[in-house]
Design a protein around this ligand. Structure first.
Ligand SMILES: [Zn+2]
Length: 279
């Protein structure tokens, strides 16, 4: 959105600017709760980018628009979700919280796992048109991120925590938004600092453990993380609407957020390297 001041005098211009600022603030407050927020997606993509070899990185640069980084590409699917008709359910699965494992048949209307499989196949197919591979790459980067946000897989008849209203310290929010953004931001809003946090837990053993399993197994890992996300560590019970979550919740779930971002970034680098390996 660009701010264009009208020609009809200062009062009118101020009014227009105030309206636009109010609109932007309202949009941000109520904005799409369909993903890790922008910070989480960018961190996953930047961490992955550091683990790519130069050949794969060069091919990615060929596929994306000039100047578009992997981190830029990571939020494209959310920014264009209304333009890509029917793409809303591609960002999540709705697996009941009490299930043991992810299975496509348990995912409700959510299609994140089959869509990730489909886009990975398109990306790897060099006979596809460049525009199709570009869109596939943007979705792969985004959906690997979303798949590791626990509340994009597990849910308790509340749209993945979107309708479960809680307080995080003094702020009224939803459990979903808490996991998309607020736990991350409570730690730091700095992308580089988050990437450094992931690098600090990166070692050969963690990396080979991450680079294992199927997309379905990764979804199961998120489901298990969601089962913990719905627990209040202070009471030992499932979170009820209106509960206040503070230090105990933040401190027990920050390591899970960090681990899920690490897994997402490591696996994204793996998926891209595999899909774009030289013929
Ligand atoms: Zn998303």
């Amino acid at each position: 959105m660009s701010l264009r001041l009208g020609q009809s005098g200062r009062g009118r211009s101020q009014h227009t600017v105030s309206f636009l600022i109010a609109f932007v603030i309202t949009w941000q407050a109520t904005g799409p709760a369909w993903a890790w927020g922008r910070l989480g997606h960018r961190v996953v993509a930047e961490f992955a980018d550091r683990h790519l070899n130069p050949t794969v990185r060069a091919e990615i640069a060929q596929i994306l628009e000039p100047g578009e980084s992997l981190a830029d590409a990571s939020t494209w699917a959310d920014e264009n979700r209304t333009r890509i008709h029917g793409s809303g359910p591609w960002h999540f699965a709705d697996v009941p919280l009490d299930e043991d494992r992810y299975d496509d048949r348990l995912a409700g209307s959510g299609q994140i796992v089959p869509k990730l499989r489909e886009f990975r196949t398109i990306l790897a197919d060099r006979t596809r048109p460049p525009a199709a591979r570009c869109q596939a790459l943007r979705f792969v980067v985004h959906l690997v991120g979303d798949l590791h946000q626990p509340l994009h897989v597990g849910e308790h008849q509340d749209r993945g925590g979107n309708t479960l209203q809680i307080h995080f310290y003094r702020r009224k929010t939803s459990l979903h938004h808490l996991w998309d953004d607020l736990i991350l931001e409570h730690r730091t809003r700095g992308e580089d600092r988050w990437v450094a946090e992931l690098s600090a837990i990166d070692d050969p053993i963690s990396r080979s453990a991450a680079m294992d399993g199927t997309i379905e197994d990764w979804a199961t890992g998120s489901l298990h993380a969601a089962q913990q996300a719905y627990q209040n560590p202070r009471t030992g019970r499932r979170i009820e609407p209106g509960e206040v979550l503070e230090d105990a919740y933040y401190e027990s779930n920050l390591p899970i957020v960090r681990r899920q971002l690490y897994l997402a970034g490591t696996r994204l680098a793996w998926v891209l390297t595999d899909a774009l390996r030289p013929e």
